[in-house]
Design a protein around this ligand. Structure first.
Ligand SMILES: [Fe+2]
Length: 266
């Protein structure tokens, strides 16, 4: 199954005339530290509130005999079960037309590398939603606005918050978009960069912004490989952005606001 290089969609707006998108990924279903309750509550929240979802990769842990780390021994379930858990969780969202695209992470890539099965293409096919491959563009219309979105699972090994932002910001060097997203670094973050350019029609210089979302994760920190590797204990959560339908404006914040009820030394 070939991935879509460009996903075009007109989003239904909420009462405020805007549309929300949750980036859902780096769940690592099956990993002993995976906070599946939080990940499934997030999906239910999207379903209940008509929030769109971009599925950003590393949905499954996929611990194998040859993969890095010990998860082949410690994961809660085999890869096949992880697949069905994620597929069944996402099915109601897909049926409601809320999944904009599914993307592949490096953990699912293990299956592709070992046996040549693109499990994320299979997931997209099972759910009848667009397959975005490793990443790509989406052209989204919201009210009287439209947004170019570009994102990918990512590969950065950055440990610091600044390094993680830089990895995403560097995408601007070769991609022109309004909103950029990236997974993999297991941090929820939203930031903007401001620019000036010429408004040719009105013959004046104007300010405009580009928006950046690091998509988050749902892993407990204590006893994790992040802790073992001396990485920052970034709070679990998924980035939720809102695209304004009346003026060019994007805001973003992690979901959930409070992770107390999901906390297990998180
Ligand atoms: Fe991940």
């Amino acid at each position: 199954m070939k991935s879509n290089s460009l996903i075009c969609s007109t989003l239904k707006t909420n009462r405020q005339g805007n549309a929300k998108i949750m980036f859902w990924g780096d769940v690592h279903q099956g990993h002993e530290n995976s906070n599946w309750k939080m990940a499934s509550d997030a999906a239910q929240y999207c379903l209940d509130n008509n929030i769109y979802m971009i599925v950003t990769g590393d949905m499954l842990e996929v611990g194998t005999k040859t993969s890095i780390g010990d998860s082949v021994y410690t994961q809660d379930s085999p890869t096949g079960s992880q697949y069905f858990m994620v597929r069944d969780l996402l099915r109601p969202l897909a049926k409601k037309g809320l999944i904009l695209s599914i993307h592949m992470g490096n953990h699912e890539m293990r299956i592709q590398n070992n046996v040549g099965i693109d499990v994320c293409a299979q997931l997209a096919d099972d759910l009848s939603v667009p397959y975005g491959g490793h990443g790509g563009f989406a052209y989204l219309k919201v009210g009287n606005q439209s947004y170019d979105i570009y994102g990918y699972h990512g590969k950065s090994g950055a440990k610091t918050s600044d390094g993680k932002r830089k990895a995403l910001r560097d995408t601007m060097n070769f991609i022109d978009a309004d909103v950029y997203w990236m997974g993999h670094v297991h941090k929820c973050d939203f930031f903007t960069e401001s620019y000036q350019r010429i408004d040719r029609r009105n013959r004046k210089d104007i300010d405009f912004e580009k928006y950046f979302a690091l998509t988050g994760h749902s892993l407990f920190y204590r006893d994790s490989y992040a802790e073992a590797g001396g990485m920052n204990p970034h709070k679990a959560g998924f980035m939720l952005i809102e695209l304004d339908g009346k003026e060019r404006w994007v805001s973003g914040a992690p979901w959930p606001r409070d992770i107390t009820k999901y906390r297990k030394f998180n």
